[in-house]
Design a protein around this ligand. Structure first.
Ligand code: PMV
Length: 325
């Protein structure tokens, strides 16, 4: 085998963002839009990357210089993933890689983590080391931390395992939950959120008000535990109430924006079970859970509030090999 095509899903945080960075639990779900990565072994001792979605075209360097020098933003995750894989495993020759995303990198669906996971899975196939999911997680999470310095790894887990997961910081617990489809409507705010900046801002607040912020985190953890039970029972009414609770805490942490709040409030007014932001906050996406009866009204409301409705499938497969050539 010389060439492999691997895909992995995007993700949305359901409950527990921010708190999960500091040793608390969260709930995350994978979404149907996928990242697809083609990795080919070549005779030349070079690394070649094309990632048109993040403006990387014909980026070439010797394999011996991987991880060194100035790395373009759009190439970082792929390149450092290879460096981390090669620190433990061997391949001979060079690598030609192309990434192609079914979703915009602006949505906050986790395109960087999904491409990191795809690259490690592809290298594991090509070198026949057949890493298990936890080993792929550890290498991919290390890659994210090498680049961002911060993060819980929930996005990496969603790309690997798919479905809906109960997750604790750094992969201490990764528990796939048997839930099936979620009655989820997703709205994109049109604002790009910078995750690391927002983690740092919340961190500053925690330095100034340590007891207050720690108690917010532990309240969030309590509602994550309740939401896990309610999700497993498909008790959408309770899930919705807990979403609204969680949004209140996110507002306390300072990561709600007027745009997201408008989209969230119109969803509730249109009859959704509940609505909240997803991820770091300020921008990216919000989501609502809604019955079929009110789903069109919720979508119309999100659009009226200036958002874009993104159709997503839930209950989707994690990382998988699409083709071996
Ligand atoms: O903005 P996103 O979707 O990458 O989510 C960030 C969620 C945080 O909890 C703030 C960070 C993390 O890595 O868990």
């Amino acid at each position: 085998m010389k060439k492999v095509i691997v895909s992995a899903p995007g993700k949305l945080m359901l409950f527990g963002e921010h708190a999960v960075v500091y040793n608390h639990s969260c709930l995350v779900t994978a979404v149907g839009q996928r990242m697809k990565v083609t990795v080919e072994l070549t005779q030349q001792e070079t690394f070649e990357l094309n990632a048109p979605d993040v403006q990387v075209e014909n980026y070439v360097k010797p394999m011996s210089e991987l991880g060194l020098g100035d790395i373009p933003k759009g190439a970082k995750f792929v390149e450092i993933a290879i460096v981390n894989f090669l620190a433990q495993n061997k391949i001979t020759g060079g690598l030609k890689i192309t990434t192609q995303s079914e979703f915009s990198s602006q949505f906050g669906f986790g395109s960087s983590s999904a491409s990191t996971v795809c690259v490690i899975k592809a290298l594991s196939e090509l070198s026949a080391v057949n890493l298990d999911n936890k080993s792929i997680f550890d290498l991919a999470f290390k890659t994210v931390l090498d680049i961002q310095g911060k993060g819980s790894g929930f996005d990496v887990a969603a790309a690997i395992y798919g479905g809906t997961l109960y997750f604790v910081t750094g992969g201490k617990v990764i528990e796939p939950l048997k839930i099936g489809n979620l009655p989820m409507i997703v709205g994109y705010s049109g604002i790009k959120a910078d995750t690391v900046t927002l983690i740092n801002e919340v961190g500053e607040k925690a330095k100034k008000y340590p007891e207050m912020i720690e108690s917010v985190y532990s309240q969030i953890e309590k509602l994550v535990e309740k939401a896990k039970v309610a999700l497993l029972k498909k008790d959408w009414q309770t899930v919705g109430e807990l979403m609204n609770f969680n949004e209140g805490y996110l507002s306390t942490l300072g990561v709600e924006s007027k745009k997201l709040a408008d989209m969230i409030y119109v969803s509730r007014e249109a009859g959704a079970y509940g609505a909240k932001l997803s991820g770091a906050g300020i921008g990216d996406c919000m989501f609502a859970f809604a019955s079929d009866k009110v789903s069109q009204a919720v979508k119309d409301g999100i659009i009226k509030a200036g958002g874009e409705v993104i159709d997503v499938n839930t209950n989707v497969e994690g990382v998988k090999v699409e083709e071996k050539i």
